[in-house]
Each structure stands twice: as structure tokens, then as C-alpha cells.
Design a protein around this ligand. Structure first.
Ligand SMILES: [Zn+2]
Length: 474
């Protein structure tokens, strides 16, 4: 891990990913390690390899390997040949040992399943044609940024990894989490994301941004990482990834994340069917093209996987839940079409439930243990006592908002709103070319990447390696 000061260090207010507010973080970061020492060592190695061979005494009946540095006796030749016969073919001299592949995982936040076709994202479509493309990727519920980025890199539903909304209350800690203020505090994270799983298995990882990749999780960070800075230029993010892949082999990361927020921001501000969103798609499509071209120029087995956390729905107006229920005794966290309600005691929870249940066609309310099965959204206490979810394209609030809600939003049930589906495109030496996948749940990305990288998965995954088996190439 290389931590040092960053010339861009400072404190900024950054629009992170969404949503109705900003994500404020202290900016500092990392510098890549200077490679001079390693390059020097490499040159010394070259000198040794190229020095003149010592004369080898001739042994009748044995061949003399030209250039082999050390003299050998007849007995040692016999032992060497016997040992070679026992070696598997793959490690015989002259044949390179099998190389561990590389994976660059790219997130295009808020990139809806149909944007590539609709807005002619030709680089992305070409990547999918060269490898595998899904007709959609189904986000976990609720379909918002932090829970889904974490589901992608943990293979777990939010009820299991514990980041149940971008903001939530933890009754055990008696504290609130906010992706804007708490993201760097690793004590909130009990999961093992891919970069931690890799590092624990002595495989280097790097993050050019990904939600919570700048926090220390279980005492582990990626070997190379930067604190999130929404103003860090996109082109430089691509350059940094390529720089990492060009590092000397013993320093080079095998798993790299890369993140772009443009499409989500445009979708919120202008709506999914706006020229501004089309322009944002074109911008990130070019970045994907630059990345893919840069990777193809590097003679390494690198796989590129491009995903998104969720889609985007055009929304209108809002529903104020306090018009239906007395919310003065409960804690309410609202985010787009979802509200989590935390009550001080069971009777209060039941009172609010009764006030909301069946009172509007625009939303439904569920006790935590009775949420729809496909949501997988009941096992964590952080979810609260009641979950409210909009059935129509609107925003839920608990108090009248100071300004009108955004034109686009997400968070809806992905089975009711196909617009919540995201993307999955992948290409590279370990991706079967020409594969078209039916929409699948994003918890299945983790075992696919773990398989490519040869990593052992931790127990308790919700994802299943068999879902993406047809896209895997050995
Ligand atoms: Zn968003």
C-alpha cells in the first residue's frame, strides 16, 4: 500500500453519483510507487542472464545444453532428467507458466439497460460483440448506488452486506450512515469486497474509484487507491488504469475498478430521455473505447467488464407520507421512491403501518419481515421496521421538499420498473465471444470475476458462478 500526499489534496463538496445532495470528502490520495528500484533490479537480472556461459565439461552420452551456466556431473544430469520427467508439461523449461489474468471492472453509474442502443454507444456495443453482452442486469433492491456497487463487488444482497440504502439508521449502533459523510469509516462495512478478497490471497488490487474502495475494510485496502474526488478528470482515470497495467509484474494489480458518474448525474438533472443524457452516454462511451484500445496495446491477458448499478426512470411530483400518517414519533429515511421507517417500539410501528397500508395506489408499505421475496430485503435491522416503496414514477418524501425533486430517479422495484435494469458488457481472453445473456441479478458478477482471477470466494455468497458460466472462457 502506497500512501502519500496528493497535490490535489483539499476539501471539496462533490456531487457523488446522485442524488438529492452532495458527498463531501477530504481529498488526498495515493501516488504510484516509483518503479526505479524495480527497473534497476530488472536490468541487473538482464545482465546476469546475458553473461558469457562457463565452459561445460563434456559427458559421454549426455547432451550439452548451450548457455547453461553451471557444470554438472553425470549423476546430476540423470537426476535432473528424472525430475523433468515428473514435471507437468506446463512448467517444462521453454514453456511459460500459466499467467494469472487481469480484470478491469468499470462502472457507468446510472447507465440504463437500453441506453447503448438508444444513444448509439458504439464502443460499448462493439465491446459486447467481441465478448458477452447482457440484455440487462437486474439490480438488487433498493436500486440505488451504494447498495448496488457493493452487491456487485461482494456477491451479496444489501440485506447481507449491510449497506441497505445510501443513507440509513443502525439501531444497534444508534447512529446514522450516510454515503456522503460516513463512506470513509470502515467500521460500517462487515463485508469483503473483491479487492479485499484479492489482497488477502496475495493478489494485488487497485481502485480508480468505487464506492467504499477508499475505506479500510477489515484492516485491508487495495494496494493502490485514491480518495473519491468527483472532479478528478475522467480521461486521467483511464490513464491511471493503463499506467497500473504497465507496472512491473510484481507490482502490477490484477483487479482494478474504475468509476464514472456522468450518466447518472445527467439522468437525475435532465431525465433519461434528454439530450444531456445522450451526450453523457457519448462521453462515457468514448472513455470505454479509449480504455479498451489502451488495453489491447498492452500484451497482457486483460478482461474488461463494464457494468452499471441501476437504470433511470423519468419521475414526476412527489407523495408526502406525512399526509397519510403521523410520523412525529418515528425516524424516516427517504430516498427517491423508497422510505425506511424506524419506530421506537412495536405499537408505534403498527400504528404507522395501519395508517399507510392500502391508503394509496401510488405506494405500498411492508413490515420488514413481509417485504416481497425477490427483494431479499429483510435480514438486516438497518432496514428498519417498515419499508415504503412507490408503485408509480414519483418521489416519496416525509416533509414538503424545499425544491422540486429531480426529473429522473431510481430506487424502484426492478421487477416493476424495467427502467431500473443496468448493463453488463465484457470482453477479453476469459470471456466467451458472441454470448448474449438474459437479464441476470448483479450478485452473480462477483463469482464470475473471482473465477477469472483464480480467487477463492468467501462463504455466504448470494451470487452463483453457474449464472455466468456460458460467458466464461478458460
Ligand atoms: Zn443516482
Amino acid at each position: 500500500m502506497m500512501e502519500s500526499s496528493n497535490p490535489h489534496a483539499g476539501r471539496l463538496s462533490i456531487p457523488f453519483l446522485q442524488d438529492t445532495a452532495t458527498y463531501s470528502v477530504a481529498l488526498s490520495g495515493t501516488e504510484l510507487p516509483a518503479c526505479r528500484r524495480a527497473e534497476g533490479a530488472l536490468r541487473a537480472h538482464d545482465r546476469r542472464a546475458h553473461r558469457a556461459p562457463r565452459p561445460v565439461p563434456r559427458i559421454p552420452g549426455a547432451f550439452t545444453p548451450m548457455g547453461y551456466p553451471d557444470a554438472m556431473t553425470r549423476r546430476s544430469w540423470f537426476l535432473l532428467l528424472a525430475a523433468l520427467a515428473l514435471l507437468p508439461l506446463s512448467v517444462l523449461p521453454g514453456q511459460p507458466a500459466p499467467q494469472r489474468p487481469y480484470v478491469v471492472l468499470v462502472s457507468l453509474d446510472g447507465f440504463r439497460y437500453d441506453y447503448a442502443e438508444r444513444y448509439h454507444a458504439n464502443e460499448l456495443l462493439a465491446l459486447g460483440k467481441a465478448g458477452a453482452a447482457a440484455e440487462g442486469m437486474i439490480p438488487s433492491f433498493p436500486t440505488v448506488t451504494f447498495p448496488n456497487h457493493i452487491s456487485i463487488v461482494t456477491g451479496q444482497y444489501p440485506e447481507h452486506h449491510g449497506i441497505v440504502l445510501n443513507s440509513f439508521y443502525d439501531p444497534a449502533r444508534k447512529e446514522s450512515y450516510s454515503s456522503r459523510q460516513s463512506a470513509l469509516d470502515g467500521s460500517w462495512y462487515r463485508y469483503k469486497p473483491l479487492w479485499v478478497v484479492a489482497e488477502e490471497q496475495k493478489v494485488k488490487a487497485a481502485s480508480m474509484f468505487w464506492p467504499t474502495a477508499d475505506a479500510e475494510i477489515g484492516g485491508v485496502r487495495p494496494s493502490y487507491w485514491l480518495k473519491y474526488d468527483g472532479t478528478f478528470p475522467n480521461q486521467q482515470r483511464v490513464a491511471k488504469v493503463l499506467e497500473w497495467l504497465r507496472m512491473p509484474e510484481n507490482e502490477r494489480p490484477h483487479f482494478i475498478t474504475l468509476y464514472f458518474s456522468d450518466v447518472d448525474s445527467a439522468g437525475h438533472s435532465f431525465g433519461p430521455e434528454s439530450p444531456e443524457t445522450a451526450q453523457a452516454v457519448a462521453r462515457v462511451d468514448k472513455l470505454v473505447g479509449d480504455l479498451w484500445a489502451g488495453i489491447r496495446a498492452i500484451p497482457l491477458p486483460v478482461n474488461v467488464i463494464v457494468v452499471s448499478d441501476h437504470g433511470m426512470q423519468a419521475v414526476e411530483g412527489f407523495v408526502n407520507l406525512s399526509d397519510y400518517a403521523d410520523l412525529s414519533k418515528v425516524r424516516v429515511v427517504t430516498e427517491g421512491p423508497v422510505a425506511l421507517i424506524y419506530a421506537p417500539d412495536p405499537p408505534t410501528a403498527e400504528q404507522v403501518y395501519a395508517s399507510l397500508k392500502g391508503k394509496s395506489g401510488k405506494f405500498d408499505v411492508y413490515r420488514r419481515r413481509e417485504t416481497p421475496k425477490p427483494w431479499h430485503f429483510s435480514a438486516s435491522e438497518r432496514i428498519g421496521d417498515l419499508v415504503v416503496c412507490a408503485h408509480v414514477a414519483t418521489t416519496l418524501v416525509a416533509t414538503t421538499p424545499a425544491r422540486p425533486p429531480s426529473k429522473g430517479n431510481h430506487g424502484f422495484d426492478p421487477r416493476e420498473f424495467k427502467t431500473m435494469q443496468g448493463i453488463f458488457y465484457a470482453a477479453g481472453p476469459n470471456v466467451q465471444p458472441g454470448v448474449v445473456l438474459q437479464p441476470f441479478e448483479n450478485v452473480n458478477v462477483f463469482p464470475f470475476i473471482a473465477r477469472i482471477l483464480g480467487l477463492e470466494s468467501p462463504p455466504g455468497l448470494d451470487g452463483d458462478a453457474s449464472v455466468l458460466a456460458s460467458a466464461y472462457r478458460k
